[in-house]
Ligand binder design. Structure first.
Ligand code: ADP
Length: 277
């Protein structure tokens, strides 16, 4: 029989202080590991288009030097690769800016309907180009959240852009908002983007907000994806005490919902109702 270990006391391995220290060290190790993985992934993502640009330059300086048609074609391909690097750098900078601000609570009062309408108008041409239609249905009442307007616009833009990119042509994309109360007595607003595209297999769903995670890397790249869109969405929603909920069924479609706490009514300035001083 295995002898039983004596009960833990202060100063032994079971000491709460020591356990906390060990937990901190493990957490620190995990954070360092994640940081190293992130730098390795980001470098790889940048190096791939850079390598193809260098390859095209070499061909243009050598075999294709006097071939005007090949030159035009290669320049176009180089432009696409440079644009991909530029998108990636924009997303990396967004992510780092949001991470820096993560402990600051946003204080602006944002009219959610107005922000969503702005994004839908902006993305209408892209949707038309890809054969998708954007159907926005918002209730008449105004809904306000405490937030950073630009960041919330980025959340809605990333979700609607993904629906356009991945839902395939001819698809209807429904964008709608619902408000509800929570068990803690706090009211929330859920802004959902529903598509009728290919859907996402269940095993991928918990990992979608990881940086550089894609269900299909080639498909994402060919559609201009960086693999950072949903990581950015998650970080912004965290900062707003909100969260992202993903529901998807293969062959049916996906619903991405951004849930946010509503601004307390007394924090919403309504100049037209203010009594004169
Ligand atoms: P990307 O830049 O690749 O679009 P995201 O972080 O925005 O990166 O999304 C991660 C992955 O989630 C995408 O590569 C895609 O595989 C999947 N995805 C996101 N939105 C949808 C959607 N509406 N339908 C199907 N797949 C989606």
């Amino acid at each position: 029989a295995i002898p039983k270990a004596p009960p833990a006391r202060g100063g032994t391995l079971g000491s709460p202080a020591l356990l906390l220290l060990l937990r901190d060290l493990t957490r620190q190790h995990q954070v360092e590991r994640m940081r190293a993985d992130f730098v390795a992934n980001a470098s790889h993502e940048l190096r791939t288009p850079l390598a193809s640009v260098l390859g095209f330059i070499e061909t243009l300086q050598g075999a294709a030097r006097d071939d005007a048609k090949a030159r035009a074609q290669f320049l176009e391909l180089m432009r696409a690769q440079a644009e991909r690097m530029s998108r990636l750098i924009d997303d990396l900078l967004s992510l780092s800016r949001i991470e820096l601000n993560v402990h600051l609570r946003p204080t602006d009062t944002v009219d959610l309907g107005k922000a969503v309408r702005h994004v839908v108008e902006f993305l209408e041409p892209l949707a038309r180009e890809r054969g998708a239609t954007l159907e926005l249905s918002l209730s008449d009442g105004e809904v306000f959240v405490k937030g950073d307007r630009d960041e919330l616009v980025q959340v809605f833009q990333n979700l609607i852009e993904n629906a356009i990119k991945y839902a395939g042509s001819g698809g209807r994309i429904e964008i709608f908002a619902e408000t509800s109360g929570t068990a803690r007595g706090e009211s929330t607003v859920s802004l959902s983007v529903r598509d009728h595209g290919p859907g996402i297999p269940a095993e991928h769903i918990p990992r979608l907000t990881e940086r550089f995670y894609r269900v299909n890397v080639q498909d994402s790249r060919s559609k201009g994806g960086t693999g950072l869109g949903l990581a950015i969405v998650k970080h912004i929603l965290n900062r707003h005490r909100g969260k992202l909920v993903v529901k998807s069924e293969v062959g049916v479609g996906s619903v991405f919902t951004a849930r946010l706490p509503l601004a307390a009514p007394d924090s919403v300035a309504q100049p037209e109702h203010k009594a004169p001083n």
